[in-house]
Design a protein around this ligand. Structure first.
Ligand SMILES: Nc1ccn([C@@H]2O[C@H](COP(=O)(O)O)[C@@H](O)[C@H]2O)c(=O)n1
Length: 595
């Protein structure tokens, strides 16, 4: 099937892509190589064809997995020439994110096809993310089809799946390996673990053990007992404000001086921490935007170790700069084959199917919420009410609709709005439920109550969103100032010798020199975790429908019961509101409004 899908269209498309359609600023200095070097990806979420839109700063992330493959191939050769080690590591969340992972036909499994391309990358270590665990079929597919390709290096230290064993009995087994020990090309002995944060929303027949309990397990104690040259701890867990210190301290208690490298993920940010002078923890963003490079010069003594890290924008200009190649010499045959294969998959899934044309950008965080440029406003105030009203017998009953804003995953850009865009922004197949006959006076209090810090803290801590907000708002004053500079109005206005993109200030040495390419920061506004449609204009005693995502069921019930005592709500009061799922909403809206 792959071969006949290698269409002319794919070749033409890729030739166009090979020369970025807009000039991109290159990195401003070479990488600093050490003795042990790591190229790190995390939270790629199916973005294997990279970012294809032209609104800034998207072109900076326009590389695809084939180009990344070619980059890694060249970098491995550079490592051999320099006679040093280079590892390729991923920290999880391959599922849920674009049409390549989520645009599969009925009866398919999320990321089953797109993962076949990731299998072709020479990853040394990979671990599991929470998005591999929301749906049992996805975890089972990983266990059966993906994990074997990593030959013992897909690490799931605290995650199990229940499968039927050879006797036909259900048995809970690690999805991958609990840990691995291996020796690098240069003879460096490495011990690795793969840990996920204390995730609780995993599907039945998958198990996540808390990090606290994991470090007390006998296998863990035995795995870390022998001293390697370096511990490489990978995990789907933010390097700030989460459980890495639990793992780090457990290892440090046994090995006070052994170098420890940590490669984390989950909160979608560029971040770095040093827990002590002989360790470094790196997190490399999201969505194939950032390639992390962690390079250390480990010396066998008691001094602090010199680490450097760099956040690379994921594009050809970056790749050619660091591998000293050109458009003519950069691509490898295997890299091109991956790019063609991904294009063919996009064609097979009909991802360029056009729903309509958007006349402006709608963003998650670059415009305030609520506002005309806010995607959250567009979605919850216009698109959801429109789509849920279609063929709905309850349409005439006033309602308030509540969703978690993190169900919306990415910005919507001016221009063609395709099947791929729909799935990129909203790929979950969540359904809408409702509770009838809640008086408007009570219903209107639900959203503010959910957004109260005490109510949301648990949820935010669990998902890491709290730490993401802290990090991402660091530069908000600067960003607002930039946005109001004379002659600058939004993302299309960039020109001259500066460009929008990531401006990172992390917590490691040389905090302001970690980005590989110099940028001007994009505006950033925080949004509430829960958002709602405009309340109906009715009296406080009018019974209305409270409509919400199935993902929020239990929380809505708890809040309703805390707001009133006349009725004790249970899940028996909840019914299906519409057959329309979240991943269909924007397509229905665009068809009606943007043609
Ligand atoms: N069915 C689902 C699953 C998840 N969500 C939202 O996604 C967030 C997790 O995504 P990360 O990339 O941060 O791991 C989670 O907090 C939910 O907000 C959803 O809406 N529906």
């Amino acid at each position: 099937a792959d071969n006949h899908l290698h269409t002319r269209h794919a070749h033409e498309y890729l030739e166009r892509r090979e020369y970025p359609q807009v000039p991109l600023t290159p990195p401003y200095r070479p990488l600093v190589w050490g003795d042990l070097n790591v190229i790190h990806t995390t939270d790629t979420h199916g973005w294997l064809l990279g970012h294809q839109k032209l609104s800034w700063a998207e072109p900076y992330y326009s590389g695809d997995l084939g180009e990344f493959f070619s980059f890694v191939t060249h970098m491995k050769q550079v490592a051999i020439d320099k006679d040093v080690d280079l590892l390729l590591i991923d920290s999880g969340d391959l599922h849920d994110g674009t049409g390549l992972s989520d645009g599969y036909p009925l009866g398919g499994v999320d990321a089953y096809e797109s993962n076949k391309f990731l299998e072709r990358l020479p990853y040394d270590l990979m671990t599991i993310g929470n998005h591999e665990l929301y749906i049992y079929a996805d975890t089972y597919d990983m266990y059966t089809n993906f994990v074997p390709h990593l030959a013992g290096r897909y690490l799931t230290s605290n995650v199990n799946i229940t499968v039927f064993n050879s006797d036909g009995e259900p048995e809970s087994v690690p999805v991958g390996s609990r840990y691995t020990k291996f020796t690098t090309r240069k003879g460096r002995r490495i011990t690795s673990l793969g840990v996920i944060f204390n995730f609780t929303q995993n599907d039945v027949n998958t198990t996540v053990q808390t990090v606290d309990n994991m470090v007390r397990e006998q296998w863990f104690i035995e795995a870390i007992a022998e001293e390697p040259d370096v511990f490489v701890l990978i995990g789907h867990m933010p390097v700030s404000n989460d459980s890495w210190p639990t793992v780090f301290n457990a290892v440090r208690a046994v090995h006070p001086l052994t170098p420890i490298l940590i490669l984390g993920g989950h909160t979608h940010i560029r971040d770095c921490r040093q827990y002590d002078g002989r360790s470094m923890a790196l997190e490399s963003g999201r969505y194939m935007e950032t390639i992390g490079a962690d390079l250390d010069a480990a010396k066998d003594n008691q001094d602090n170790i010199t680490f450097t890290r760099r956040y690379l924008d994921q594009n050809r200009v970056t790749y050619e700069y660091h591998t000293q190649t050109s458009n003519q010499t950069f691509d490898t045959d295997d890299g091109r084959s991956i790019s063609y294969g991904l294009e063919a998959l996009a064609a097979c899934f009909n991802l360029s199917y056009l729903y309509g044309t958007a006349h402006q950008d709608y963003t998650m965080n670059q415009n305030p919420y609520p506002s005309n440029g806010s995607l959250l406003s567009l979605f919850i105030e216009d698109a959801v009410p429109y789509a849920l009203a279609i063929n709905n017998t309850r349409d005439s009953i006033p309602n308030i609709i509540i969703i978690n804003s993190w169900a919306i995953r990415f910005d919507l850009f001016k221009g063609s709005f395709t099947k791929n865009d729909q799935l990129t922004i909203m790929q979950y197949k969540d359904s809408f439920l409702y509770i009838a006959n809640v008086t408007s006076g009570i219903a209107n209090q639900v959203l503010p109550a959910m957004n109260k810090p005490t109510a949301t803290k648990r949820k935010r801590d669990e998902t890491g969103i709290l730490s993401r907000e802290i990090n991402d708002t660091r530069d908000s004053d600067l960003l607002e100032e930039i946005d109001h500079r004379p002659g600058v109005s939004g993302r299309e206005a960039t020109s001259g010798n500066w460009t929008f993109g990531y401006v990172t200030r992390d917590s490691c040495p040389d905090a302001d020199k970690a980005d590989d390419t110099l940028h001007t920061a994009l505006p950033y506004y925080t949004a509430p975790y829960y958002i709602g449609s405009n309340p109906p204009n009715v009296t406080a005693d009018t019974p209305i429908d409270v409509v919400f995502l199935n993902y929020l069921g239990k929380e809505i019930i708890d809040i309703l019961n805390s707001l009133q005592k006349d009725k004790n709500y249970t899940m028996n009061d909840v019914s299906s509101y519409s057959p329309t799922l979240t991943d269909e909403i924007l397509g229905l809206y665009a068809l009606a409004m943007w043609n």
